[in-house]
Design a protein. Structure first.
Length: 59
């Protein structure tokens, strides 16, 4: 019986590769966290646990 192809591992692997290519010297902390959050949303669609737990100084 043929298994259906699950694209999630490929998407997660691509997200990890993109994280590995980030230049920490060229990104602010806000930009880095936003990039990580965007990649998490791409690799784990939906509402992952822990969403919104980072404190914000923007009121």
């Amino acid at each position: 019986m043929a298994r259906s192809q699950d694209p999630q591992p490929a998407i997660a692997a691509e997200a990890l590769e993109r994280l590995g290519r980030l230049s920490l010297r060229e990104l602010s902390m806000d930009d880095l966290l936003q990039t990580v959050a965007d990649l998490v949303n791409t690799a784990m669609p939906g509402d992952p646990p822990g969403t919104g737990l980072l404190p914000s100084d923007r009121a």
